[in-house]
Write a protein that binds this ligand. Structure first.
Ligand code: EPU
Length: 295
């Protein structure tokens, strides 16, 4: 591909995207799958893609992504050592945007830094988690955004900048970071005994295991909780647990989870989502808003 000449990156052609989303919906492919080595390579890639009018999609861990289109022209994945760095700086941790959240949580534990335990077991990249302000509602609402000190970001023209705390806005599963690609984050933590960190991590993992689906491919919660209510509870009260369309099904364990029983297609998942929205709207007058990005 001549327009990619000189770019330091791993490049795959016609890459199946079922491998790169946790829901593993079969069918969509990336005409080009690119893993740039550094931010300079990412910048060059974005500039050239803009010149060529090639639309791109940044894919992190693919845990909140449902792909409708058959072909994505350019998928960009930040997984090189540059984008997955992680090191402590006093009571903060600097983490690359492509680092997995589980590695961030483990580094915090290894260094006796507390504050991230509630994120244990959430499948995400640091960039994706910050972008969507990942969090939990049990035993109380907690989100990663509250811990972010500064961010290194790149705009869609390939220019880097640092965002300070005062530049950041976070809300429930929302941030003001949509115009950017997150290259790295500094997370503010606090000194804590490792044993106490471990106990708390286990508490969150245990709750997750007890209440959520883990044996099948899924995208976690499909809809955002509307104003304090739990979508899982609302969908459950509509009697939809176990409902199956094609190879997609509403989980018997948690009704806000759609699971892939094998070869689920986009249409199966979309039909189940529409069914849940229709039933909840009819019964409770609430329109459920998807938590996952549909592209
Ligand atoms: N419930 C039901 N039926 C169900 C599911 C839940 O009756 O099928 C009830 C539960 O018994 C509980 C209440 O609903 O009384 C709340 O359930 P849960 O504790 O599982 O929390 P949630 O509101 O459904 C939220 C987050 C989860 C997070 C959990 C735990 C959202 C959309 N979901 O779920 O996040 O793990 O709290 O803190 O905010 C995600 O975003 O992907 C996700 C999994």
């Amino acid at each position: 591909m001549s327009w990619l000449d000189g770019l330091k990156a791993k490049i795959l052609i016609d890459e199946p995207l079922s491998r790169h989303t946790t829901l593993r919906v079969a069918g969509p492919r990336a005409r080009l799958w690119v893993e740039p080595e550094t931010s300079a390579d990412l910048s060059m890639l974005l500039r050239r893609a803009k010149d060529k009018k090639v639309r791109y999609l940044i894919i992190g861990s693919g845990s909140k992504l449902l792909i409708k289109r058959k072909v994505i022209p350019l998928a960009v994945h930040l997984t090189s050592p540059y984008f997955t760095q992680c090191y402590p700086e006093g009571s903060r941790i600097a983490a690359g945007g492509g680092l997995s959240l589980s590695k961030l949580v483990k580094t915090a534990y290894d260094n006796g830094l507390g504050g991230l335990e509630f994120l244990s077991g959430i499948p995400a990249s640091v960039g994706g988690a910050v972008m969507l302000n990942a969090g939990v509602s049990w035993p109380r609402r907690r989100e990663i955004g509250a811990l972010v000190d500064t961010l290194e970001v790149m705009d869609k023209n390939g220019n880097c900048r640092t965002l300070e705390r005062k530049d950041l806005e976070f809300d429930y599963r929302h941030s003001n970071l949509k115009p950017y690609i997150i290259l790295g984050a500094r997370i503010r933590l606090f000194k804590k005994r490792k044993e106490n960190i471990r106990i708390k991590m286990r508490k969150f993992l245990h709750y997750r295991k007890a209440t959520q689906e883990s044996g099948y491919a899924s995208a976690g919660c499909i809809f955002k909780n509307p104003n304090g209510a739990s979508c899982g509870r609302l969908i459950d009260l509509c009697g939809l647990k176990g409902r199956r369309i094609g190879d997609a099904a509403i989980s018997n364990k948690h009704a806000n989870f759609i699971i892939n029983l094998g070869r689920a297609r986009y249409g199966d998942v979309a039909a189940l989502m529409a069914l849940a929205q229709k039933k909840v709207k009819e019964r409770f007058g609430i329109l459920l808003e998807p938590e996952l990005q549909v592209v």
